[in-house]
Design a protein around this ligand. Structure first.
Ligand code: HEC
Length: 167
């Protein structure tokens, strides 16, 4: 095969690859299972309130206070995380605090599990998150969840509801 022919093949391959990728994206959006953006495209939607949430605005306000005092040091003031890649283990083998703003996977866990993590932390599993069971009242924990969820897009919120949410 001469170089010219090979070049044509390469171009063809790249073209097919690009077309099939964009097709996939279109399909998964059309069939109602929206793709979760990997990049945080949530900046412009703090408290996207198009979809009704389980919490009140007062809970988000209280939650901001609770979060600032107890969680922000690790998870970031706006739950955006504090490290570049939360998926990469640290030198000691534990995981860094993930963002809770919808860009990581907190939305995979129903309310019950989120509250359990807050209650017991990650220390039992070799993690670094401290337990808050003796530190925060139930309404404060719920408010903290409402606060970091206020950064979730409606899309992510709905996915969370489908995966258990408040049920
Ligand atoms: C000392 C740092 C630290 C503090 C303070 C902290 N966390 Fe965490 N958090 C972590 C780490 C690290 C993880 C990952 C699990 C582990 O290793 O323990 C985590 C995991 C979580 C998760 C699970 C996220 C997921 O995607 O699975 C939630 C929810 C969470 N934290 C909420 C909170 C809330 C709410 C507070 C404040 C009340 C808080 N955290 C305070 C470090 C912290």
């Amino acid at each position: 095969m001469n170089f010219k022919v090979m070049k044509k093949f390469v171009i063809l391959f790249v073209a097919i690859f690009l077309v099939s990728c964009s097709d996939q994206a279109a399909v998964s959006q059309a069939d109602g299972s929206p793709q979760i953006p990997v990049s945080a495209s949530n900046e412009d939607v703090p408290g996207a309130m198009g979809v009704e949430r389980w919490n009140s605005t007062e809970q988000v306000v209280l939650g901001r206070e609770v979060f600032t005092q107890n969680c922000a040091v690790c998870h970031g003031a706006e739950a955006q995380g504090t490290v570049v890649d939360w998926r990469e283990k640290l030198d000691d083998g534990s995981f860094p605090p993930p963002p809770l703003n919808g860009s990581a996977h907190a939305w995979h866990h129903p309310q019950e599990i989120l509250l359990r993590v807050i209650d017991y932390g990650g220390e039992a599993m070799g993690g670094k998150m401290p337990a808050f069971i003796d530190v925060l009242e139930t309404d404060e924990k719920l408010a903290a969840v409402a606060y970091f969820q206020s950064f979730w897009t409606d899309e992510i919120y709905q996915q969370w509801m489908q995966m258990g949410g408040t049920n």
